[in-house]
Design a binder for this molecule. Structure first.
Ligand code: BGP
Length: 461
């Protein structure tokens, strides 16, 4: 074995409630923004598949957990659907949801799989969104109550908690670039949403600590390392600003309890600072994460701005830099994302050098591929060698970072089984396990699943 990982390394995968559970309107579940958006604008979702038609984890979780075990998982990240646990986001707890999540957690533990539980994966309850969602400060309090409820209900068995998955994505999608509901372009609101998400996370961490449970709580961030086109100072400056807007905006407050000055200076100068109360900053400073989940898919290539935006153009971070396509880059053509394996090493090294070597793990990394059926062999197995290669090449860089002292504790692939994606529905498939939507969501393990099993069992490859 050339690449050996530490004992107790976390091998597994990650998923989210809205993308897998299905059963979107049964057993007392309320609507979230995705149920609603699909209802009013189904054409936005590839092939007209909506969140009610996902992989049916709600009814098939036992089979799925058995398969997780079969392919060597010792851990798995799921999320709780806020609108399922508490219809509308505030008020009564839904007993049927409690029963479902208890069953899932107990089943995982019985199969030797440690549950990692995330509280918020893009799925704002509709009633709260109608009052402004994260723009409205009341949502922070509602979220903290929800988090506390979850800690009390499941915290006796769950000891890895996460406050958010990729909290910058609802900011970008919902208030800047039109790929999440409510798809507005409003940078003032975008900043407020970001600030309230950070505040909500810190307050949830505070509640968790107050309960005195013997567990860890963290956040999951999608980090996109910024690389300048050249060492020319203008390009370097552009890259530093892109990093401040898209990585350090959440990374610094989560891990260090502070905001990057590069960012706050700009927000101040252009009059975009969020509304906040003085004590908020103390709460953020005093309640940083124990553990950081890193989602890594692609880097960001940046160059100095070539043309200034039109005076009437809405304010955007991209006023300070241009993204560019690096010539000769390796691409995933299905998702349009650059594949740059070394990025994962650069992130881990940055965390080691500049973030106190915070305990972390790779919480998502994976490859979405269209038309995988054509790789199915005569025995019915999808021969996804490209996925094996993708994972292996990233793991080599994780290994190198580890050897140099990075505090990385595990690798979770996105995702366990093919699932519903926010904008592509089932077009791009990401799973270790394929899902046949035409045949009652029948599951079959892909070649990568069995390859991963071996890696997990040998703790390396
Ligand atoms: C991450 C999300 C996941 C997942 C993944 C793949 O940003 O946390 O929920 O969807 O990206 O992206 P996509 O499904 O858009 O191809």
């Amino acid at each position: 074995i050339k690449y050996k990982f530490p004992v107790d390394f976390w091998w597994g995968s990650s998923a989210s409630a809205t993308q897998t559970e299905g059963a979107a309107d049964v057993d007392g579940k309320g609507k979230n923004i995705w149920d609603y958006w699909y209802e009013i604008e189904p054409h936005r979702f590839f092939d007209g598949v909506g969140p009610q038609d996902t992989s049916q984890f709600y009814t098939k979780y036992k089979e799925d957990i058995r398969l997780m075990k079969e392919i060597g998982h010792n851990s798995f990240r799921m999320s709780i659907s806020w609108a399922r646990l508490i219809h509308g986001g505030t008020g009564e707890v839904n007993g049927k949801a409690v029963k479902f999540y208890n069953n899932v957690i107990d089943e995982m533990i019985a199969n030797g799989i440690e549950p990692f539980v995330n509280l918020f994966h893009f799925d704002m309850p509709l009633e709260l969104q109608e009052k402004g969602g994260w723009v409205n400060r009341e949502t922070v309090e509602a979220y903290v109550n929800y988090a506390k409820t979850a800690f009390e209900l499941f915290g006796d068995r769950v000891s890895k908690w996460f406050t958010h998955n990729e909290p910058i994505v609802p900011v970008e999608g919902g208030y800047m670039y039109d790929f999440h509901y409510p798809n507005e372009v409003n940078f003032k609101k975008a900043v407020q949403v970001a600030f309230h998400s950070i505040l909500a996370s810190a307050k949830a961490i505070k509640e968790y600590k107050a309960l005195g449970r013997n567990g860890e709580i963290g956040i999951i961030l999608n980090l996109t390392p910024s690389y300048p086109r050249s060492q020319n100072p203008e390009d370097v400056k552009a890259s530093v600003l892109a990093d401040a807007f898209f990585n350090r905006s959440f990374l610094d407050p989560s891990v260090k309890g502070t905001f990057p000055k590069e960012l706050t200076d700009i927000l101040k100068e252009y009059n975009y600072l969020p509304e906040y109360q003085k004590e908020d900053l103390e709460i953020i400073a005093g309640n940083t994460v124990d553990l950081l989940g890193v989602n890594y898919y692609q880097p960001r290539r940046v160059k100095a701005k070539e043309h200034m935006p039109h005076l009437d153009a809405p304010f955007m971070p991209d006023h300070f830099f241009d993204n560019y396509v690096m010539p000769g880059r390796k691409m995933n053509p299905h998702r349009g994302w650059e594949i740059y394996e070394k990025g994962i090493y650069d992130i881990l090294t940055n965390l080691r050098e500049n973030y106190g070597n915070i305990p972390c793990f790779i919480s998502e990394n994976g490859m979405g591929v269209e038309g995988e059926e054509k790789f199915r062999d005569d025995n019915g197995m999808i021969q996804d060698d490209y996925r094996i290669e993708f994972i292996r090449d990233h793991l080599q860089w994780v290994h190198k970072a580890l050897e140099e002292g990075a505090n990385v504790k595990g690798y979770h692939m996105w995702t366990f089984m093919d699932n519903w994606s926010w904008s592509n529905a089932y077009k791009n498939r990401y799973g270790f396990v394929s899902v046949n939507l035409d045949k009652d969501a029948e599951r079959t393990v892909k070649k990568s699943g069995y390859w991963f099993k071996k890696v997990a069992e040998q703790n390396g490859f």
